[in-house]
Design a protein around this ligand. Sequence first.
Ligand code: SF4
Length: 396
Amino acid sequence: MEGSNREDEAPPRLIRGERGWWLLGPGGVARLGDAHLTPAGALRPDVERGLREQGLFTVRPSRSYSLTVLTATACNLGCAYCFQNLDQDDGGTSPPRIASVRLTSGVIAEILTFVGRRQAESGMDGLLLTIFGGEPLMNPRGCRELLERAAGYGLRRAGMVSNGTLLTPRLARQLADLGLRYVQVTFDGDRPDHDRIRVRRTGGGTFDAIVGAMAAMTETTSIRCDLRVNVSPQNVAGIDALVERLAAALDPSRCTIHFARVGDAGVGYEDTLAYSDDLADRFIRWQRRALDLGFAVPRPRVRRPCNACSYRDGKYGAVVNPDGALYSSWTTAGRPELRVGTARDGYLPRERTDDRWFTCEDTYGRSGDRREEARFRDRVDAAHLDHLSATGRLRA
Ligand code: SF4
């Protein structure tokens, strides 16, 4: 990916829908008929020209730097599959984790000075901030201070990936006042499954605590809730019931929901859910039901390069540990052997980071056959576009 020109074009995706074809490009989506394709299934040259002129293939360069900051690497939960675990748990609820570090005022200053330099070098004037952990709210002061000081760097959008259990209404109001726009939380299935998988380090499930915190957050602030549903062999049977339960407990109009087949992310976490037509049909059913219940379900998009991990040396984005160490992606953060630099001194020489540069996992997980995965994605995404179009929800 090194050397990619962000003002360049990205290849579109052409997928078969119920009535014709969907063309997904970085610049939008178009519906095509069989007459728009050659007998071999490629775009006709004149059609391709027209779509290009409409900007469908054009990657619009972002004017904002993408920054992910871990405010704490510790977590109050002990999920067995967590990619930040260093070993399997021994049947209890406390798998060993990456070293615990908290973000301090001094490191925030170093990070933002680093960001200012990168913005100037890349001609950017905005900032997209993701607050990450561990559990970021293990360090609420660090979250508040980071948001407050990021405002001086053109903060355009700020979100947090949290387990949700520590978010009180008071803290949510403070974070909203400082510019936090969304919080992403994860559900590991319907309540019985989730409460077996997403457990406190002190023991006990977390389903009701997360739902309660998200309900209170959307009632008392303008922060939107982004619900990620992990789908695995352990919970797939309960996802229909989960969608109904979430709709009953939350305000769906304030929530986005997306379903993610979980890849093999953590130590000893075995993923055996195949990319079958049956699984695709389940995804399609969950997405349609969620839309009918009032949730937003993101429309499919083409894969675009990730601002942090797709470009070397933090040109358009960076991931920073609470101690100021730079990492290529959030999946490697907190592992000293994969550090690629520091906010204070910049990136290490290329020859020292070549074997440390990893990319973040994709939406549907990383394991399994790539062709099966692509077929699965096409089936799910085409059905979603068909439904969005049929219900008047499709916007390019
Ligand atoms: S809540 Fe997130 S960070 Fe904490 S143990 Fe679970 S997966 Fe890991």
